[in-house]
Design a protein around this ligand. Structure first.
Ligand code: ASP
Length: 440
């Protein structure tokens, strides 16, 4: 059996962090396949290597500045790690090649990917593992989408004969061989892809936090951390702004039923959070997590006998599609309907209300902006009476007006819409009601 271990940028920010990472890997022989990010911040005002690379590329390829000068601080970061670790490795040849490719305008994605590439070479050298360039094993299709079939086959066959390997995160190759990256934070996705391809027992994602917090620590002081969460719960929460893992990292491992374990590099003895496939996993509490987002708009439409008007919703959706607007939720009544959309979409198409009006001839239509949505998610909610009552009571005691309610048919979540100004307060009172009071 084997484990895939991915380390985030802060876990590999300097030589000291590299040592912790090596200790973690050496503590378990099954940790055979390692996916590193580029070096992240060493202190709050520090700059991540990925951001340095984007800026360097812009200065060289777009502003024509001297490539060696621009690249020097990046080389210094890597050379510092190499010398602090006491390695005899030299990356001078790689630096020259990268500088040359920057001059030839190899592209922003190529530039950004070099952080993971160089860090992967250092880590492989330090651990005595083989280095596998991600551009040789992770592929994208001509339309830019990730090519899972080709990648699975290639990764499985390359890694099959290896005792262990370091595969840099964040990038792969287009059909023409040029480098393509996932979106920011994409090393999480690489880890998940590698775990699936080799049929790993577990995908360990090592970061700098104790796990997945029940609620955003910027809103709730010292929130509890979740011990076990299902993929579906995490998906609901990620969609609403949980940011512990890249959104797309769930899919490859989920399809192969491989659990993800979020762990803390700075506290390796802690269990972290397990993300598991099974929805019958026993819940610790009714609510697993609370997440939310601001800047939504709700378009409310009233029309007599709307319920019997065939094609009513289709006409609205056709108008929205023509204007490239997707909907988040559509709670409906008999003669009323509310459409919740991302506020940014309304900013792009300010006359969307008039357009919907033209095709529906409603009795009344209005738009309200500055709505926040909060998702209260928990597999423990299923068939448990009184959850909604407690939720609404908590909000009402805090004098928060609920503008919209949507409960998913799976009974896994309740989504409420409130005014943005009440957002932080609402998350706080929901946390107190379900997490703090249950812990007492
Ligand atoms: N280094 C990339 C970023 O900063 C990818 C990653 O760290 O996952 O977004």
């Amino acid at each position: 059996m084997s484990k895939v271990v991915k380390f985030g940028g802060s876990s590999l920010a300097d030589a000291n962090q590299f040592r912790k990472v090596a200790d973690i890997i050496r503590a378990d022989k099954e940790r055979r396949f390692v996916v590193p990010s580029a070096p992240g911040k060493r202190f709050p005002d520090d700059i991540k290597v990925t951001d340095m690379l984007y800026a360097c590329y812009e200065a060289v390829a777009e502003e024509g500045k001297n490539a060696h000068n621009q690249f020097a601080p990046i080389a210094e970061r890597f050379n510092g790690i190499i010398s602090d670790l006491g390695l005899t490795l030299s990356l001078d040849r790689e630096y020259e090649e990268i500088i040359e490719n920057f001059r030839k305008k190899a592209g922003r994605e190529y530039a950004a990917s070099r952080g993971e590439y160089l860090n992967g070479i250092i880590l492989a050298n330090y651990l005595g593992f083989q280095f596998v360039d991600a551009a040789k094993v992770i592929f994208f299709r001509p339309d830019g989408k990730f090519d899972d079939t080709l990648t699975d086959t290639c990764l499985a066959s390359v890694l099959h004969g290896m005792e262990n390997a370091v595969i840099p995160g964040f990038y792969g190759a287009n059909p023409d061989g040029t480098v393509r990256t996932f979106s920011r934070g994409g090393s999480d996705v690489t880890g998940s892809i590698v775990a699936k391809a080799i049929g790993a027992e577990i995908y360990e994602n090592w970061t700098d936090v104790p796990g997945v917090a029940v609620a955003d620590p910027r809103i709730v002081n010292n929130p509890k951390f979740i011990k076990v969460i299902t993929y579906r719960e995490l998906r609901e929460l990620s969609y609403m702004g949980f940011s512990v893992l890249h959104q797309d990292a769930i899919f490859p491992v989920r399809s192969a039923n491989i659990p993800i374990n979020i762990r803390n590099t700075n506290d390796p003895s802690a269990d972290g959070t397990m993300i598991v496939p099974g929805s019958d996993e026993k819940a610790e509490s009714i609510i697993t997590g609370i997440a939310g987002k601001k800047h939504f708009s709700v378009i409310s439409i009233e029309k007599d006998e709307m319920n019997s008007e065939v094609g009513f919703l289709r006409r609205i959706l056709t108008v929205m599609e023509a204007n490239n607007i997707s909907f988040e939720h559509i709670p409906t009544g008999i003669d009323t309907m509310s459409i919740v959309v991302d506020g940014a979409d309304v900013d792009k198409c300010p006359d969307i209300v008039e357009k919907i009006c033209e095709v529906t001839s409603p009795n009344h239509i209005e738009i309200e902006n500055n709505l926040a949505l909060i998702a209260v998610v928990g597999r423990g909610m299923k068939a448990k009476k009184g959850t909604a009552t407690r939720l609404f009571a908590a909000l009402s005691h805090a004098d928060i007006n609920i503008k919209m309610i949507d409960q998913g048919s799976s009974e896994l979540n309740i989504i409420i819409g409130i005014h943005e100004a009440d957002f932080e307060k609402a998350i706080g009172v929901i946390y107190d009601m379900f997490i703090l009071s249950e812990a007492e």
